[in-house]
Ligand binder design. Sequence first.
Ligand SMILES: Cc1cc2nc3c(=O)[nH]c(=O)nc-3n(C[C@H](O)[C@H](O)[C@H](O)COP(=O)(O)O)c2cc1C
Length: 194
Amino acid sequence: MLDDEGLANKRGWMAMAKTLHRDAERVTPERFQGIMSRFPAGVTVVTAYGEGGEPRGLTVSAFCSVSLSPPLVLVCVDRDSETLPAILSSGGYTVNFLAADHADLALRFASKGPDKFEGLEYGAPAGCPEAGPVLEGCSSAYVACRLWREVEAGDHLVLVGLVREGASAGDGVTPLVYGERRFAGWRQVREVAS
Ligand SMILES: Cc1cc2nc3c(=O)[nH]c(=O)nc-3n(C[C@H](O)[C@H](O)[C@H](O)COP(=O)(O)O)c2cc1C
């Protein structure tokens, strides 16, 4: 049962949802980004080793699971990404799910340049030689993948990966989320149902 405040919130929300479509306009890139900012997502660092063995990586929120059997995930990577050639040449990638106290790394890996791994501890995942560096001490979980399919999708590539190795940190490590152009810790998000 909702209390009076809950009921008022629900009525306000329903009225707003009903009128949303009246504001619909042509979806410019800015409008598209504004719309998508209302869909919060986890924050990952997708990594791969380049041809010379150098670690590369970028921040990615366009990540999701695809299939349970076989275990597949996907990431969407900009064609202009400097990490992309490393993913394609090595034939795999690792998805590091950032923990809430590592928004700094989300910003670092959203920049350009070859020195993004400076001062970080990382290692190659033994169970998947094609995949990229696993970041130590800053993730709530990771999956190491062999590239399974790649699909051209506008200015991005959809990279489907077969998960060969993965691990999850204990409940004490809160995932980082990004929405409305801000970072938050998952446990700061107010629970509305379970
Ligand atoms: C929160 C956040 C999420 C991002 N998600 C993506 C994404 O899903 N795909 C993508 O290609 N770039 C994404 N980016 C942008 C890249 O991280 C950024 O362009 C980066 O500089 C690319 O680095 P690279 O060229 O070294 O690969 C995101 C950036 C931020 C801050």
